[in-house]
Design a protein around this ligand. Structure first.
Ligand code: FMN
Ligand code: SF4
Length: 275
């Protein structure tokens, strides 16, 4: 009972936030809510409660629509990260190096660091994490998005592993969602959308869902840290460090010469033959 009441209080907090933002920004400002439709709160610790269920979250989505959101973005998991978001591997070797940065930030952070740095424990934890994700990565949240889509009138976006044009097209064509959102596959292949436009169903070197980008970002620049995607470690590091040398600095965006360069770059990708 207490847990259910706590859940509804959390929903009320979310709705208060949405209404307050809407009051501030007015009606012509796009306001979207990202919601974990199924919490799977006991995915890592089986003795914990399940958290929000799909049925409860659908009610919350209807309230969000009534409170004035322009779209709902479907995700999952009560923690971040969670075995189901970003769905993929748990790179404990990389965590053993970067997680020290978190030690002052949470009650269980030191315990977690000890787990990540103690090989038999870290391998067991990794197995447990990946076992609780389940076999599906791409479109992992699509069943939840479909349920939300049937319940609300505003557009529904879906996150979770999308990087195959035919999978994305099928999801939208079936009416399971209005759009997908993409995070890691765009870190791996910044030009993924241009590759789709050029006829590729998938990038030649797709994201492996290793989650090394996620565990590095707490200490290192955002980028793809999956060495198997590169010819060498140096090539990988060069690409990561390229974030400090943007090809098109904000100061020249909008400039006709810069726009010409952007179009040329897009065409180069377009000309690449499909895999
Ligand atoms: C480095 C990194 C940082 C992220 N930060 C956030 C965040 O601040 N808020 C959020 O809702 N999701 C965050 N996410 C989750 C993504 O938005 C997305 O839901 C998730 O990665 C699954 O999508 P993907 O398979 O396209 O990566 C993050 C993901 C990554 C990889
Ligand atoms: S490190 Fe690269 S391959 Fe691994 S999940 Fe991140 S973007 Fe994908």
């Amino acid at each position: 009972m207490t847990t259910t009441v706590a859940r509804w209080r959390t929903a009320r907090f979310l709705l208060d936030v949405v209404r307050a933002i809407r009051r501030e920004v007015g009606d012509d400002f796009h306001l979207q809510a990202k919601i974990s439709v199924t919490d799977f709160n006991n995915a890592v610790l089986p003795w914990e409660g399940k958290g929000n269920t799909k049925r409860e979250s659908i009610k919350v989505c209807r309230w969000l629509e009534a409170a004035g959101v322009d779209a709902i973005h479907v995700s999952s998991g009560s923690l971040f990260p969670h075995p189901r978001n970003p769905a993929g591997a748990l790179p404990v070797d990389a965590l053993a190096k970067t997680y020290d940065t978190m030690v002052s930030s949470g009650r269980y952070a030191f315990r977690n660091l000890v787990i990540f740095r103690t090989p038999p424990l870290s391998q067991a934890f990794r197995w447990w994490w990946e076992h609780n994700r389940g076999p599906r990565v791409e479109a992992i949240n699509l069943p939840d998005a479909r349920a939300v889509k049937r319940a609300v009138g505003v557009p529904v976006l879906c996150t979770g592993g999308f990087q195959t044009a035919s999978v994305i097209r099928a999801a939208i064509t079936a009416g399971d969602c209005d759009a997908v959102t993409i995070a890691r596959p765009l870190i791996a292949n910044n030009e993924l959308v241009e590759l789709f436009r050029a006829g590729h169903d998938r990038a030649p070197r797709p994201c492996t869902y290793c989650n090394k980008c996620l565990v590095n970002v707490i200490e290192n620049p955002l980028g793809c840290y999956e060495e198997s995607r590169f010819a060498s470690r140096d090539e990988m590091l060069a690409q990561i460090m390229s974030v400090y040398e943007p090809a098109f600095p904000a100061s020249i965006m909008g400039d006709p010469v810069a726009n010409g360069a952007i179009e040329t770059r897009a065409k180069t990708v377009q000309d690449a033959s499909p895999a």
